[in-house]
Design a protein around this ligand. Structure first.
Ligand SMILES: C[S@@+](CC[C@H](N)C(=O)[O-])C[C@H]1O[C@@H](n2cnc3c(N)ncnc32)[C@H](O)[C@@H]1O
Length: 226
């Protein structure tokens, strides 16, 4: 069972706020950037929609947008569906359980992919996912990507444990988390991300969020020369 199924999905909303400093701020900044740059009635692809927090924030800031909530975990999407029903936005969301390659619609005005690609091992697999997202976007569209990036110092790595304890994580769980950051995550440096983005058809990433090494980037789709 993956970390996003069963108990891993039902615990997610409580757990994630202790693990990622600024989790809600990242969603708010993502919504703000989209509100600044997109027109009314925009269609947004949300890759790794999880339990729906991304879409709830976006739906709050602009009532005319519609969404595709895509995730490989049906348990996470089931929780999202219930939250969308409660928030009365279910009619604005299409659901897709599976990967981006299997999505048979395109022409999105923007995509977001928050805290997903750091779990993908290897350049080639990361490039595959980012290229598949690119293929679903309009020519002038962009992707907002948030991931854990490589640590630049041991003190910054240890501060991740300190802030998580400060946010309510038990000390033992914080130790486990530090271990998992080494074994379960595949973070890039900023320069590696720039290479991966270019090979996936995007311009140089621009940063719009950072909390320790959790970082958010704007990746504009590169124009295809004819
Ligand atoms: C850490 S959660 C992030 C959820 C949400 N974006 C948020 O900010 O709370 C990562 C999600 O990505 C999903 N996921 C992992 N790999 C994926 C892939 N290749 N395609 C789509 N979803 C994926 C997981 O099932 C999980 O729901």
């Amino acid at each position: 069972m993956s970390r996003f199924e069963g108990k891993g999905s039902s615990d997610y909303d409580v757990r994630i706020k202790k693990l990622i400093p600024g989790y809600q701020l990242l969603h708010q900044l993502t919504a703000s950037y989209l509100k600044t740059t997109l027109k009314p009635n925009a269609r947004i692809l949300v890759v790794g929609a999880g339990t729906g927090s991304d879409i709830l924030e976006l739906s709050n800031i602009e009532s005319s947008w519609s969404f595709t909530a895509l995730d490989i975990s049906s348990d996470m999407l089931d929780i999202a569906k219930n939250r969308f029903k409660e928030a009365n936005i279910i009619g604005r969301v299409d659901f897709h359980t599976g990967d981006v390659g299997g999505l048979n619609v395109g022409d999105y005005d923007a995509a977001i992919c928050l805290f997903v690609t750091h779990f993908i091992e290897g350049y080639d697999e990361k490039i595959k996912l980012l290229s598949e997202i690119n293929a679903k976007l309009k020519s002038d569209a962009f992707l907002l990507l948030a991931d854990l990036m490589q640590y630049q110092s041991e003190d910054i790595r240890l501060s991740q444990s300190t802030i998580s304890q400060y946010l309510g994580l038990e000390i033992e769980a914080a130790e486990v988390m530090l271990g998992r950051l080494e074994t379960d995550f595949y973070p890039l440096s900023e320069s590696e991300l720039a290479v991966v983005a270019k090979l996936s058809g995007y311009d140089e990433p621009l940063i719009y969020f950072q909390a320790l090494r959790f970082s958010g980037f704007i990746l504009s789709k590169l124009e295809v020369s004819t």
